[in-house]
Design a protein around this ligand. Structure first.
Ligand code: SAM
Length: 253
């Protein structure tokens, strides 16, 4: 299982949280019980609890490192569990997930299972990256295929888990009364040297950092050199990093 580093992840918290803020702003109603699936270090779970202060809020994650950080936030039920086979104890008013379900495969079965866990009148709200054709990901796979790394890293290249928007529409339209699916491309302006490599250290590159041990920094230097060509710094030292996200907001009748 991938290890997580909350401090590295939160390095770009303003940029990473923006899609979550945009998704939460679209959710209506007064949910009595909320589950945040793949809650990580809990910063987004805290936003949910703040918007609905009367709700019982649970944050679920399979990473002990992330939950250790999350537990510093009080008033939320933190649950260490793997989502792969998870079903809630009873139907839920708001099932929420930000930037987590892309780590699970088999969306064909996962999304109907999550839809079935939503109570009548309840909401499923999900945000996932859909940028797997971008250099951030293609250059990670390219670096892993380079002769220096192939023996170590090639097996870590993951299949693309997030499908076309229409795939989610087909699966969910008969299960919800209203279904709103959209994409947003954020043009992130990142500062400092090798910001895209540093961004990847918090997420996409984590499985490689875990597996490569002492070789991880050499691997990252190779990957960063490729990223520098794909995302060249501007004259003012900042780097533009397009960040495409898929949103699903579904409400039951
Ligand atoms: C990119 S972080 C997002 C964290 C949080 N939702 C946020 O928006 O800040 C992805 C999280 O998904 C969790 N995750 C990945 N696979 C999981 C699984 N099978 N079960 C539970 N959590 C999982 C990871 O541990 C990690 O904390």
């Amino acid at each position: 299982m991938t290890s997580w580093d909350p401090a590295q992840y939160e390095r770009y918290s303003a940029e990473r949280n923006r899609p979550a803020i945009d998704l939460i702003s679209q959710i209506g109603g007064k949910p009595a019980e909320i589950w945040d699936l793949g809650c990580g270090s809990g910063s987004v779970t805290r936003m949910l609890a703040k918007k609905w202060p009367a709700a019982i809020v649970h944050g679920l994650d399979s990473s002990e490192e992330m939950l250790t950080q999350a537990r510093r936030i009080h008033g939320i039920d933190w649950v260490l569990e793997d989502l792969t086979d998870w079903t809630p104890p009873s139907p839920i008013d708001l099932l929420f997930s930000n930037a987590a379900l892309q780590w699970l495969g088999d969306h064909e079965n996962l999304f109907p299972r999550l839809a079935d866990a939503v109570a009548p009148g309840g909401t499923l709200a999900v945000q996932m990256p859909r940028n797997f054709g971008e250099p951030l990901h293609t250059l990670l796979a390219e670096t892993a295929r380079a002769p220096a790394w192939r023996h170590l890293a090639d097996r870590l290249t993951r299949p693309i888990s997030v499908a076309e928007p229409a795939f989610y529409h087909r699966m969910l339209r008969s299960r919800f009364e209203t279904l709103d699916i959209w994409e947003t491309s954020y043009l992130q302006v990142l500062g400092g040297p090798d910001p895209v490599a540093n961004w990847a250290r918090g997420t996409a590159a984590r499985p490689y950092l875990d597996a490569l041990g002492e070789a991880a920094e050499d691997f990252m230097a190779d990957y960063a050199a490729r990223l520098r060509v794909a995302y060249p710094p501007l004259e003012d030292g900042t780097t533009l990093f397009p960040f495409n996200r898929l949103f699903v907001l579904a409400v039951k009748g």
